[in-house]
Design a protein around this ligand. Sequence first.
Ligand code: SAM
Length: 287
Amino acid sequence: MSRIGTPSFVEHAIKEHKFNTKKWYGQNFLTDANILNSIVDAAEVTKEDAVIEIGPGLGALTEVLCERAGFVMAYEIDHEIIPILKKNLIGFLNYHIIEQDILKANILEDMERHLKEYKHIYIVANLPYYITTPILLGLLSKKLPIQRYVMMMQLEVANRICGKPATKEYNALSIWVEYKAIAKKVLNVPRTVFVPAPNVDSAVVRLDLYDTPPIMVEDEVLFNEVLRLCFTQRRKTLYNNLCIKYDKNFVLKMLECLSISPSIRAEVLGVKDFVQMSDYITHNSQK
Ligand code: SAM
């Protein structure tokens, strides 16, 4: 049960250490013990597993993770919060804080140094919302030996990640995630359970990553570029978006070859169609 993740503890810690929360680092601290437990439940963490946390902050989630996981490796960018975090975690020996920007971290090297003996490694985090998408895109591109992510993020991004074709939420991120993992929204979280309260609602998403994606693309970097290109302007046709980068005749030939109508919009296509387009470009484009 969380001791740190309560409104009175967080407010007291902030006051005692004269700590000014940094909005630009997305510092909204979770203060609901039930939600903290639900996040860790959703990750199905046991003492056999190691967890990577992004942004431990004052340690509300870290505390529950230390209680239930074998080891916790956490990245925190804010040097000022580290002494408060370590004080809050007094008594736990099974964690290591890395004082670094997650976007600049060499996660694989850190995993080899600190988590080598663990077979199952999960990411569990209440993300800094201003970089949710770069964190996700970065992690999913790196081919790390991590089996599951359970992450709290802004509701809007959670809906996009779990978006299905032909809905307004479905976009390049939905497809990139669908290519890599099975995504499921596990919990909606109101803004009122954070101190300070953010100006958006949140949700917890669980991603179970494929060892090997069921449909493999030849060039993942190109696949990502194609996804972004196809959704450049949602209201434009697939053909018009593809022609921003590729020759008109090339695009028409590709779409004909793949039996995709040029007049449709990208949002009605599935992951397999984008994989086929990407592979076609790999084999046939001069660029
Ligand atoms: N885990 C705590 C909780 O649930 O109460 C805090 C979560 S708060 C939403 C996000 C945390 O991420 C903050 O502690 C913030 O300082 C940290 N953070 C922000 N940007 C970061 C980055 N680029 N790398 C690592 N940590 C970051």
